[in-house]
Ligand binder design. Sequence first.
Ligand SMILES: *Cc1c(COP(=O)(O)O)cnc(C)c1O
Length: 413
Amino acid sequence: MMESQTETRTAAVQRQSEEVLMPNYRRAAVAFARGEGVRLYDLEGRVYLDFVGGIAVSSLGHAHPRLVRAIQEQAARLLHVSNLYLIPEQTELAQWLTSRSGLDRAFFCNSGAEANEAAIKLARRFHYTRGTGRYEIIVAEHAFHGRTLATLAATPVAKYQEGFSPLPEGFRVVPFNDPGALVAAVNERTGAIMLEPVQGEAGVFPATAEFLAAARALCDAHRLLLIFDEVQTGIGRTGTLFAFQGSGVKPDVITLAKGLGGGVPIGAVLARAAVAEVFQPGAHGSTFGGNPLACAAALAVVQTVEEENLAAHAAAMGEILQAGLRELGHHAGAITAVRGRGLLVGADLDREAAPLVDACRARGLLVNGVQPRTLRLAPPLIVSAAEIREALAILEHALADVRRASLRGGEGQ
Ligand SMILES: *Cc1c(COP(=O)(O)O)cnc(C)c1O
């Protein structure tokens, strides 16, 4: 039989993808045809529980009726006009975000990196406008702020920065969760401190209350801007609408993206009025930023999150997920530490994550190996307790699978 007749659709997509796509992603050999709620269905008809959530993006799960309707209705009315004109959907989204965050003004873009890029520019312009000579931004070790050159410069991780120098100057790195180091790092050039309330890509490490309080106190004392990168934590994921609301510290600037559009690309920067006003006409912009389609989608997401109390639900479900992972670690081993906030959960393993991620997928559970020995779980905020129990049961079987495989591997040597 000819190979083309036996090749699965998935294998064909994989082969063709390698021919035409840049090889910058390490992709699993699975392609999804559709989704519903927390479940995804692949091209071969297999079903998966999605505990990756498109990397903390699919906050309402897949094909949520209200989000689908908002997108369909907006697409039929108007997709895009540019920021040369008023955009009612953008204004309504900004009203929601500012009133719920307690910040005053919003700027919209299309991704997390763009939101952070805008926040960096905002901080520089703020000090330029005041003539303070302050331009440096303090960031934390293991931070992830994006892949553009400036946000990469703010991401002090060798594997991301390698081969891209020269990077823009003006970033200073301190150890995460070390208040003393933060105090020692501030000098006459410091203009802002940029932090993730929970470091997601690093392996889901929440900032301590002491660290965030020290950052706030330093910013108050020296008139610096405190920027929270809530690209991964924002819009209910950590158990409050914004992670800062669970931290006791209010920033001057927040960046958002991932969960905001529920899968439709959108980013946002929120800031106090006195900060926002340095973006005078012409200072910054984005052609697509805040277009009617993206804003109508994000409005449907944020209104659903609020009306259905999904932040509180994420807090409750996160407890169940963390407790279940700890319990699994106690009686089955392999899981050595569990941490997180709400439905942003990390689990350290006593072994490589990749074989376990593959074993989970083979059994119908999607999880993400965010670090070589750390799993990240970020299911849609609508996940139920029953779905969490189902995921934990699959994870337990998958752990047994990788154990058996490693025993066999050991015998073979
Ligand atoms: C994902 C992420 C980014 C980058 O977002 P993109 O949309 O991929 O550009 C920035 N900061 C944090 C905390 C993130 O998790």
